[in-house]
Design a protein around this ligand. Structure first.
Ligand code: OAD
Length: 244
Protein backbone atom coordinates (compact mmCIF):
# COMPACT_ATOMS: atom_id res chain seq x y z
CA UNK A 1 0.00 0.00 0.00
CA UNK A 2 1.28 3.49 -0.81
CA UNK A 3 2.50 5.35 2.29
CA UNK A 4 0.74 8.72 2.58
CA UNK A 5 2.60 11.37 4.66
CA UNK A 6 0.73 12.10 7.92
CA UNK A 7 1.00 15.88 7.49
CA UNK A 8 -0.66 15.62 4.08
CA UNK A 9 -3.50 13.57 5.54
CA UNK A 10 -3.95 16.12 8.34
CA UNK A 11 -4.09 18.94 5.76
CA UNK A 12 -6.65 17.09 3.63
CA UNK A 13 -8.76 16.22 6.67
CA UNK A 14 -9.23 19.88 7.55
CA UNK A 15 -9.36 21.36 4.02
CA UNK A 16 -12.62 22.91 2.84
CA UNK A 17 -11.46 23.93 -0.64
CA UNK A 18 -9.61 21.33 -2.72
CA UNK A 19 -8.84 21.54 -6.44
CA UNK A 20 -7.96 18.47 -8.48
CA UNK A 21 -6.40 18.52 -11.96
CA UNK A 22 -6.38 15.27 -13.92
CA UNK A 23 -4.74 14.29 -17.18
CA UNK A 24 -4.72 11.23 -19.40
CA UNK A 25 -2.82 9.24 -16.76
CA UNK A 26 -5.90 8.78 -14.59
CA UNK A 27 -7.62 6.96 -17.48
CA UNK A 28 -4.57 4.81 -18.33
CA UNK A 29 -5.74 2.04 -15.96
CA UNK A 30 -9.09 2.07 -17.77
CA UNK A 31 -7.23 1.09 -20.93
CA UNK A 32 -7.46 4.52 -22.57
CA UNK A 33 -4.03 5.35 -24.06
CA UNK A 34 -2.36 8.54 -22.88
CA UNK A 35 -1.17 11.13 -25.38
CA UNK A 36 2.45 10.29 -24.89
CA UNK A 37 1.77 6.57 -25.47
CA UNK A 38 2.39 5.49 -29.04
CA UNK A 39 -0.86 5.25 -31.00
CA UNK A 40 -1.87 1.65 -31.60
CA UNK A 41 -3.01 -0.42 -34.56
CA UNK A 42 -4.75 1.34 -37.40
CA UNK A 43 -3.74 4.76 -36.11
CA UNK A 44 -0.13 3.86 -35.37
CA UNK A 45 1.04 6.04 -38.28
CA UNK A 46 -0.63 9.17 -36.98
CA UNK A 47 0.25 11.48 -34.08
CA UNK A 48 -2.56 13.22 -32.19
CA UNK A 49 -0.83 16.47 -33.09
CA UNK A 50 -1.39 15.61 -36.79
CA UNK A 51 -5.09 14.85 -36.41
CA UNK A 52 -6.43 17.04 -33.60
CA UNK A 53 -6.13 20.37 -35.43
CA UNK A 54 -8.53 22.55 -37.44
CA UNK A 55 -6.09 22.36 -40.38
CA UNK A 56 -6.06 18.54 -40.34
CA UNK A 57 -9.85 18.50 -40.24
CA UNK A 58 -10.14 21.03 -43.08
CA UNK A 59 -7.68 18.95 -45.17
CA UNK A 60 -9.29 15.58 -44.48
CA UNK A 61 -12.52 15.83 -42.47
CA UNK A 62 -13.40 12.16 -43.07
CA UNK A 63 -10.08 10.91 -41.64
CA UNK A 64 -10.33 13.10 -38.54
CA UNK A 65 -14.00 12.20 -38.00
CA UNK A 66 -13.13 8.47 -38.26
CA UNK A 67 -10.25 8.87 -35.79
CA UNK A 68 -12.63 10.39 -33.28
CA UNK A 69 -15.22 7.67 -33.98
CA UNK A 70 -12.49 5.11 -33.18
CA UNK A 71 -11.58 6.97 -29.97
CA UNK A 72 -15.25 7.20 -28.94
CA UNK A 73 -15.63 3.44 -29.46
CA UNK A 74 -12.54 2.73 -27.33
CA UNK A 75 -13.63 5.08 -24.57
CA UNK A 76 -17.24 3.84 -24.59
CA UNK A 77 -15.87 0.31 -23.99
CA UNK A 78 -13.68 1.53 -21.10
CA UNK A 79 -14.82 1.65 -17.50
CA UNK A 80 -13.93 4.17 -14.80
CA UNK A 81 -11.13 2.75 -12.62
CA UNK A 82 -10.47 2.94 -8.83
CA UNK A 83 -8.78 6.31 -9.36
CA UNK A 84 -11.95 7.84 -10.84
CA UNK A 85 -14.09 6.27 -8.11
CA UNK A 86 -11.80 7.52 -5.34
CA UNK A 87 -12.28 11.08 -6.63
CA UNK A 88 -16.06 10.62 -6.48
CA UNK A 89 -15.78 9.62 -2.81
CA UNK A 90 -13.40 12.50 -2.11
CA UNK A 91 -15.93 14.93 -3.67
CA UNK A 92 -18.61 13.52 -1.33
CA UNK A 93 -16.29 14.03 1.68
CA UNK A 94 -15.15 17.51 0.66
CA UNK A 95 -18.09 19.53 -0.71
CA UNK A 96 -15.70 22.31 -1.72
CA UNK A 97 -13.81 20.02 -4.12
CA UNK A 98 -13.55 21.08 -7.78
CA UNK A 99 -12.42 18.54 -10.37
CA UNK A 100 -10.64 20.04 -13.37
CA UNK A 101 -9.85 17.61 -16.17
CA UNK A 102 -7.90 17.83 -19.42
CA UNK A 103 -9.45 14.52 -20.47
CA UNK A 104 -12.21 14.35 -23.06
CA UNK A 105 -13.19 10.74 -22.28
CA UNK A 106 -16.06 11.60 -19.92
CA UNK A 107 -14.96 8.89 -17.45
CA UNK A 108 -15.12 11.23 -14.41
CA UNK A 109 -18.81 11.93 -15.06
CA UNK A 110 -19.48 8.25 -15.76
CA UNK A 111 -17.85 7.40 -12.41
CA UNK A 112 -20.22 9.87 -10.71
CA UNK A 113 -18.15 13.05 -10.25
CA UNK A 114 -20.53 16.01 -10.36
CA UNK A 115 -18.51 19.21 -10.32
CA UNK A 116 -16.28 18.56 -13.36
CA UNK A 117 -14.64 21.29 -15.43
CA UNK A 118 -13.77 19.76 -18.84
CA UNK A 119 -11.04 22.12 -20.03
CA UNK A 120 -10.55 20.33 -23.35
CA UNK A 121 -14.18 19.47 -24.08
CA UNK A 122 -15.79 16.06 -24.37
CA UNK A 123 -15.42 13.39 -27.08
CA UNK A 124 -19.13 12.66 -27.07
CA UNK A 125 -20.19 16.20 -27.95
CA UNK A 126 -20.39 17.51 -31.52
CA UNK A 127 -20.65 21.02 -32.94
CA UNK A 128 -20.85 22.82 -36.28
CA UNK A 129 -17.39 23.33 -37.81
CA UNK A 130 -18.43 26.69 -39.26
CA UNK A 131 -20.36 28.42 -36.46
CA UNK A 132 -19.47 26.28 -33.42
CA UNK A 133 -23.11 25.69 -32.43
CA UNK A 134 -23.46 22.45 -30.42
CA UNK A 135 -25.27 19.74 -32.44
CA UNK A 136 -27.47 17.22 -30.68
CA UNK A 137 -29.09 15.82 -33.84
CA UNK A 138 -28.30 15.73 -37.54
CA UNK A 139 -29.58 14.12 -40.71
CA UNK A 140 -27.93 10.71 -41.20
CA UNK A 141 -27.19 10.75 -44.92
CA UNK A 142 -24.26 8.34 -44.51
CA UNK A 143 -21.86 11.24 -45.23
CA UNK A 144 -18.70 11.31 -43.07
CA UNK A 145 -18.57 13.73 -41.30
CA UNK A 146 -22.32 14.41 -41.16
CA UNK A 147 -23.55 17.90 -42.12
CA UNK A 148 -24.71 20.40 -39.48
CA UNK A 149 -28.39 21.38 -39.52
CA UNK A 150 -27.52 25.05 -38.94
CA UNK A 151 -24.96 25.81 -41.67
CA UNK A 152 -24.85 22.64 -43.77
CA UNK A 153 -21.17 22.61 -42.81
CA UNK A 154 -19.41 19.60 -41.31
CA UNK A 155 -19.97 18.39 -37.77
CA UNK A 156 -16.81 18.18 -35.67
CA UNK A 157 -16.13 16.79 -32.17
CA UNK A 158 -16.67 19.35 -29.42
CA UNK A 159 -13.08 19.05 -28.16
CA UNK A 160 -10.26 21.61 -28.01
CA UNK A 161 -7.82 21.08 -30.89
CA UNK A 162 -4.17 22.14 -30.90
CA UNK A 163 -3.98 25.86 -31.41
CA UNK A 164 -7.57 26.46 -30.29
CA UNK A 165 -8.73 28.46 -27.28
CA UNK A 166 -10.06 26.61 -24.23
CA UNK A 167 -13.70 27.14 -23.16
CA UNK A 168 -13.51 30.51 -21.41
CA UNK A 169 -15.88 29.84 -18.50
CA UNK A 170 -14.29 26.49 -17.61
CA UNK A 171 -10.79 28.00 -17.72
CA UNK A 172 -11.82 30.98 -15.58
CA UNK A 173 -13.45 28.68 -13.00
CA UNK A 174 -10.40 26.38 -13.01
CA UNK A 175 -8.05 29.33 -12.45
CA UNK A 176 -10.22 30.60 -9.58
CA UNK A 177 -10.26 27.12 -7.97
CA UNK A 178 -6.46 26.92 -8.22
CA UNK A 179 -6.13 30.38 -6.59
CA UNK A 180 -8.60 29.69 -3.78
CA UNK A 181 -7.86 26.09 -2.83
CA UNK A 182 -6.01 24.95 0.29
CA UNK A 183 -4.88 21.68 -1.34
CA UNK A 184 -4.27 21.04 -5.06
CA UNK A 185 -3.92 17.49 -6.39
CA UNK A 186 -2.22 17.20 -9.80
CA UNK A 187 -2.91 13.69 -11.08
CA UNK A 188 -1.76 11.85 -14.20
CA UNK A 189 -0.63 14.81 -16.26
CA UNK A 190 2.74 15.41 -17.89
CA UNK A 191 2.25 19.11 -17.06
CA UNK A 192 3.53 20.26 -20.47
CA UNK A 193 0.40 21.53 -22.24
CA UNK A 194 -0.66 25.07 -21.31
CA UNK A 195 -2.78 26.75 -20.04
CA UNK A 196 -3.86 23.68 -18.01
CA UNK A 197 -0.25 23.04 -16.96
CA UNK A 198 -0.16 26.50 -15.31
CA UNK A 199 -2.78 25.51 -12.71
CA UNK A 200 -0.50 23.64 -10.23
CA UNK A 201 1.95 26.58 -10.37
CA UNK A 202 -0.94 29.01 -9.76
CA UNK A 203 -2.05 26.98 -6.73
CA UNK A 204 1.51 26.93 -5.35
CA UNK A 205 1.88 30.70 -5.79
CA UNK A 206 -1.45 31.19 -4.01
CA UNK A 207 -0.20 29.29 -0.95
CA UNK A 208 -1.88 25.92 -1.47
CA UNK A 209 -0.28 22.61 -0.60
CA UNK A 210 0.30 20.94 -4.00
CA UNK A 211 0.47 17.15 -4.39
CA UNK A 212 1.56 15.39 -7.57
CA UNK A 213 0.39 11.81 -8.23
CA UNK A 214 2.22 10.25 -11.16
CA UNK A 215 4.47 7.19 -11.67
CA UNK A 216 6.92 9.44 -13.56
CA UNK A 217 8.48 12.81 -12.68
CA UNK A 218 7.18 15.89 -14.51
CA UNK A 219 8.48 19.48 -14.89
CA UNK A 220 6.34 20.35 -11.86
CA UNK A 221 7.70 17.59 -9.57
CA UNK A 222 10.60 19.63 -8.11
CA UNK A 223 8.16 22.29 -6.87
CA UNK A 224 5.44 19.98 -5.51
CA UNK A 225 5.02 19.92 -1.73
CA UNK A 226 4.35 16.19 -1.99
CA UNK A 227 5.08 13.73 -4.82
CA UNK A 228 3.25 10.41 -4.52
CA UNK A 229 4.94 8.22 -7.16
CA UNK A 230 2.55 5.57 -8.43
CA UNK A 231 -0.53 4.86 -10.52
CA UNK A 232 -3.61 6.91 -9.66
CA UNK A 233 -5.68 3.73 -9.35
CA UNK A 234 -3.47 2.66 -6.42
CA UNK A 235 -2.45 5.96 -4.82
CA UNK A 236 -5.90 7.60 -4.69
CA UNK A 237 -7.61 4.67 -2.89
CA UNK A 238 -4.65 4.64 -0.46
CA UNK A 239 -5.09 8.39 0.11
CA UNK A 240 -8.79 7.86 0.78
CA UNK A 241 -8.10 4.94 3.16
CA UNK A 242 -5.62 7.08 5.10
CA UNK A 243 -8.32 9.77 5.51
CA UNK A 244 -10.62 7.29 7.27
P1 OAD B 1 0.08 12.93 -21.30
O1 OAD B 1 -0.05 11.71 -22.14
O2 OAD B 1 0.92 14.09 -21.77
O3 OAD B 1 0.69 12.51 -19.87
C1 OAD B 1 0.14 11.43 -19.18
C2 OAD B 1 0.77 11.44 -17.79
O4 OAD B 1 0.16 10.41 -17.04
C3 OAD B 1 2.27 11.14 -17.82
O5 OAD B 1 2.95 12.06 -16.98
C4 OAD B 1 2.36 9.71 -17.25
O6 OAD B 1 3.54 9.53 -16.48
C5 OAD B 1 1.15 9.69 -16.35
N1 OAD B 1 0.60 8.35 -16.10
C6 OAD B 1 0.65 7.25 -16.88
N2 OAD B 1 -0.02 6.23 -16.29
C7 OAD B 1 -0.52 6.72 -15.12
C8 OAD B 1 -1.30 6.17 -14.06
N3 OAD B 1 -1.72 4.90 -14.09
N4 OAD B 1 -1.63 6.98 -13.01
C9 OAD B 1 -1.21 8.27 -12.98
N5 OAD B 1 -0.46 8.84 -13.95
C10 OAD B 1 -0.13 8.08 -15.00
O7 OAD B 1 -1.39 13.40 -20.98
P2 OAD B 1 -1.85 14.81 -20.46
O8 OAD B 1 -0.87 15.37 -19.48
O9 OAD B 1 -3.24 14.66 -20.02
O10 OAD B 1 -4.58 18.17 -25.08
O11 OAD B 1 -1.81 15.68 -21.81
C11 OAD B 1 -2.28 17.00 -21.71
C12 OAD B 1 -2.90 17.35 -23.01
O12 OAD B 1 -1.98 17.09 -24.09
C13 OAD B 1 -4.12 16.53 -23.37
O13 OAD B 1 -5.27 16.98 -22.74
C14 OAD B 1 -4.19 16.79 -24.86
C15 OAD B 1 -2.75 16.60 -25.22
O14 OAD B 1 -2.38 17.37 -26.30
C16 OAD B 1 -5.53 18.40 -26.03
O15 OAD B 1 -6.05 17.48 -26.64
C17 OAD B 1 -5.84 19.83 -26.26
Amino acid sequence: MTAIPADLIEKLRTAHRVAVLTGAGISAESGVPTFRDAQTGLWANYRPEDLATPQAFQANPKLVWEWYAWRRERVAAAQPNPGHHALVTLEQRIPGLTLITQNVDGLHRRAGSRRVLELHGNLFGNKCFRCGKPAETWEDTGEMPPKSNCCRSWLRPDVVWFGEMLPETALRQADASARECEVFLSIGTSTVVYPAAELPFTALRSGAIVVEINPQPTPFSPQANFVLPGPAGVVLPALLAALD
